[in-house]
Write a protein that binds this ligand. Structure first.
Ligand SMILES: [Fe+2]
Ligand SMILES: [Fe+2]
Length: 158
């Protein structure tokens, strides 16, 4: 990396650090924990359904797992950019013995994620942080799509 690029990155981070309150870093770290948990949970659910008549669901849940990992990476990068310490905790995970049970758990997780990200965007909008809000907006579009797919699957099963 060129020296000018290193200096510019450093200055950027210093400026960002001054702007990032602990409240935001803490919330983003909790979001990160929940993204890790969502990834693990989707991986487990997809593999428990693989080979069952619901294999179509299983493949889609595996895609969700990949996308949750993508969200985790985006959030971790943002925490680092803002000068925070990236956490390594994993949120609570849950499974169920039936397809419907697993899908309901996943749906609840998506609804929680959407609520959390809505409040994160509101906070960022009122604290002049359009960069973080933009990243969270990109993530929330995926979460809404996950929620809608789960609702379709649950309708198919009922
Ligand atoms: Fe996510
Ligand atoms: Fe999701």
């Amino acid at each position: 990396m060129k020296t000018s690029k290193i200096i510019s990155t450093y200055l950027h981070r210093v400026t960002a650090v001054e702007k990032a309150p602990k409240e935001l870093i803490d919330d983003l770290n909790r979001d990160l924990e929940l993204e890790f948990a969502a990834m693990v949970q989707y991986l487990q659910h997809s593999q428990m359904l693989m080979g069952a008549p619901e294999e179509t669901f299983a493949k889609e849940l595996l895609t969700h797992a990949d996308e949750e990992w993508g969200h985790a990476k985006k959030i971790a990068e943002r925490i680092s950019y803002l000068g925070g310490t990236v956490g390594m905790k994993i949120g609570e995970t849950e499974s169920a013995p039936t397809t419907v049970g697993m899908l309901k758990i996943d749906l609840k997780g998506e609804e929680i994620a959407i609520d959390r990200y809505r409040s994160r965007i509101s906070w960022c909008d009122s604290h002049n942080d359009p960069g973080t809000a933009q990243i969270i907006r990109e993530i929330i579009v995926d979460e809404e799509s996950h929620r809608d797919e789960l609702l379709i699957y649950l309708n198919l099963k009922s």
